[in-house]
Design a protein around this ligand. Structure first.
Ligand SMILES: O=C(O)CCC(=O)C(=O)O
Ligand SMILES: [Fe+2]
Length: 202
């Protein structure tokens, strides 16, 4: 198994895990997914519109609306999510050591002003499985904390092709994206950042 470039607070960070060709192929596969399952601007349970736009692939997608945060088998438009592209599953197999296949690939799109507040990924049935996160496009300032919201945090710039594995103790750790360095990558023609997170949810 490959070794992480660095470990910060238990988060395993693999810089440059995907080369440019692999990134381009992944973007093309995500484009296909988004054609079948369009990005939406989700609403939090408290009624706030998220700045990140989302879609998903695989048996489950993560959704949020007035009724709460949850995994669902259908896009808000009622259709089943598209299959997870083999290119996505391959990354999980190369890096995760998990005995099960991912059930959800959440796809986040960050435009210039988008961010994601500090949160835990905790809607999954078990925290025994890692979350594998892939960055594509513009750089993002990724903040990592501990299991309690007030714990000290450390940040790292994630570039296109970087992969982060949130497993072990870091699986329940707070994390978020403070800002995007818009225009720092030429991968996406319109700029911005795509983040994929693969998860086992049942
Ligand atoms: O965009 C990222 O790097 C993190 C995304 C994230 O934490 C999530 O989707 O739960
Ligand atoms: Fe998260």
């Amino acid at each position: 198994m490959v070794k992480p470039t660095l470990k910060i607070k238990g988060f395993a960070i693999y810089k440059g895990f995907l080369d440019r060709l692999a990134q381009e192929r992944l973007v093309e596969d995500i484009r296909q997914v988004a054609q079948a399952a369009p990005f939406v601007s989700p609403i939090t349970p408290s009624g706030q519109k998220m700045s990140v736009r989302m879609t998903a692939a695989g048996p489950y997608g993560w959704i949020t609306d007035r009724r709460g945060y949850r995994y669902a088998k259908h896009h808000p438009n009622g259709q089943a999510w598209p299959d997870m592209p083999p290119s996505v599953i391959q990354i999980w197999q190369n890096i995760s050591e998990a005995a099960r296949a991912p059930e959800c690939c959440l796809i986040n799109y960050y435009s210039e002003a988008a961010r994601m507040g500090l949160h835990q990924d905790k809607d999954e049935a078990s925290f025994d499985w890692p979350v594998v996160s892939v960055s594509l496009g513009d750089e993002a300032l990724f903040r990592m904390g501990g299991e309690t919201r007030g714990d000290p945090t450390q940040s790292v710039w994630l570039a296109s092709g970087d992969v982060v594995v949130m497993g072990g103790a870091a699986r329940r750790s707070f994390h978020g994206v403070d800002r995007i360095k818009f225009g720092s990558s030429a991968l996406l023609s319109k700029g911005g950042r795509i983040n994929l997170t693969m998860r086992i949810v049942t």
